[in-house]
Design a protein around this ligand. Structure first.
Ligand code: SF4
Ligand code: SF4
Length: 432
């Protein structure tokens, strides 16, 4: 068995200080017709149609919401092809040949400061829905639903903690686009009539603190504080971040909004800036490719819909094609990829490529390391046993698998190298 989490402790971050390379003109982009949240979808275009950047070309349909699909290039529709989605499923994608002219759709307009100031909360709901904005830290939760809350919001909390090892896409985003972040925060504060905002970053990143502090000078009337929180994992977990950054304890099962707090990932807040200022969906994002299995670890700014393989090739390819583990997302919560025929979607933050080291699982020695390490206060060893026994009642009841955030800490600390996170995933499915 491959123990992906175990290897990361020995490898330091490779890309934090590397400036972002723009790789924004792929020959083709691929846009998924369905995804993990929307099992159905339809295309509005046919082969040969010419489309523009930001044009609506289809619609994904989920159980309780719909997501417009927008073209991220201007060019010609080639057809529908099957490729791997980040969820690991073979999915239909609309393939578009990029004409590299970047012709924008007519609805992409720059709103004046006066027009923005006149926007109501309902306008924010409408615009973020039309622009298909979702949680870009990986959650993919529709942003318009956050704007629909009826709870009074006092504080906007920006998650720039990026706590999983290896990842640096958000780090570079903050360093390179701090003004977009402050503008996005000002829009969110306006929508909720929030009194203040707090940007949470890791304590150890002095460069982020300095960058945000200097950029803040351009926004003297904005009540925003940069808060340095812990350097540990899972400090970026919403509950843990709110505790460290705001001193507020959010009980399990309670939404932060109920306590007056609304959380946005820092990438999402940049997406909000683009949606409100330019009426544009997410066209590009920061993406990290790293690990000891890739020749040139690097940060990229990529067009949504770019083939992952192209980015791997840009990074000098694999060190050893026959001996590698690929993880899309962070090493703790990301998903193993079985092949590189995948596409970079809005919610892809990174790809980690490690040289494979096989580890053999041993029997549980009842050491309770997994219990002590679980940030949600669960008993992973007993969850594993309940999965083996197919004990759905225990999983739903006293083992409370619903509270598991799939953070990977239990597997990481397990003395016997048991892949406990896999059991947690299975447990969640069993308890549905
Ligand atoms: S994956 Fe779930 S059970 Fe394991 S440590 Fe994280 S929250 Fe706890
Ligand atoms: S950490 Fe591993 S070996 Fe220890 S109790 Fe948990 S499952 Fe068993």
């Amino acid at each position: 068995m491959i123990a992906k989490t175990r290897e990361i402790a020995n490898i330091r971050k490779l890309t934090n200080s590397l400036p972002t390379i723009r790789y924004v003109d792929p020959d083709y982009v691929y846009l998924a017709i369905t995804n993990a949240r929307c099992a159905e979808g339809e295309s509005y275009v046919k082969v040969g149609d010419h489309v523009k950047v930001g044009q609506k070309i289809g619609l994904r349909k989920g159980p309780f919401f719909e997501q417009p699909i927008h073209s991220t290039v201007s060019g010609e529709i080639v057809g529908v092809v099957k490729k791997f989605h980040r969820s690991g499923k073979l999915t239909e994608f609309i393939q578009i040949k990029n004409d590299k002219k970047d012709t924008f759709v007519e609805t992409a307009i720059e709103r004046t400061p006066e027009e923005i100031a006149a926007l109501t909360k309902d306008d924010f709901v409408r615009i973020t829905k039309e622009m298909s904005l979702v949680g870009l830290g990986g959650s993919s939760f529709p942003t318009y639903i956050k704007f629909q809350t009826k709870d009074p919001i006092d504080t906007i909390c920006i998650n720039a903690v990026e706590c999983e090892p290896y990842l640096s896409a958000d780090h570079r985003l903050v360093m390179e686009f701090p003004y977009r972040i402050y503008n996005g925060i000002s829009y969110a504060m306006q929508a909720f009539q929030a009194k203040r905002a707090v940007i949470c970053i890791k304590k150890k990143y002095q460069d982020l603190y300095d960058c945000l502090t200097v950029a803040k000078m351009r926004f003297p009337n904005l009540n925003v504080e940069v808060k340095r929180v812990g350097n540990y994992y899972p400090q970026g977990w919403e509950i843990e971040m709110i505790k460290s950054g705001l001193g507020i304890h959010v009980p399990t099962g309670v939404l932060p909004a109920k306590l007056g707090v609304m959380v946005f990932n820092v990438s999402t807040i940049v997406g909000l800036y683009k949606a409100i200022r330019y009426n544009l969906p997410v066209i590009k994002r920061n993406f990290t490719i790293t690990g000891d299995g890739i020749n040139i670890p690097q940060n990229y700014r990529v067009r949504i819909g770019t083939s992952l393989k192209e980015i791997i090739d840009q990074s000098g390819g694999y060190k050893d094609d026959t001996n590698k583990v690929m993880i899309l997302g962070g090493p703790m919560m990301g998903a193993n990829l079985v092949r590189d025929d995948a596409v970079i979607t809005k919610t892809c933050t990174s790809c980690i490529i490690l040289q494979e080291k096989k580890e053999v699982e041993e029997p549980c020695v009842r050491c309770a390391s997994c219990v002590y390490s679980c940030p949600a206060g669960l008993q992973p060893v007993n969850i594993m046993q309940a999965v083996k026994n197919n004990d759905k009642d225990a999983l739903k009841g006293k083992l409370n698998i619903k509270a598991c955030i799939l953070c990977g800490m239990c597997a990481y600390t397990c003395t016997s190298k048991i892949q406990l996170t896999d059991y947690c995933r299975k447990a969640k499915k069993l308890a549905q």
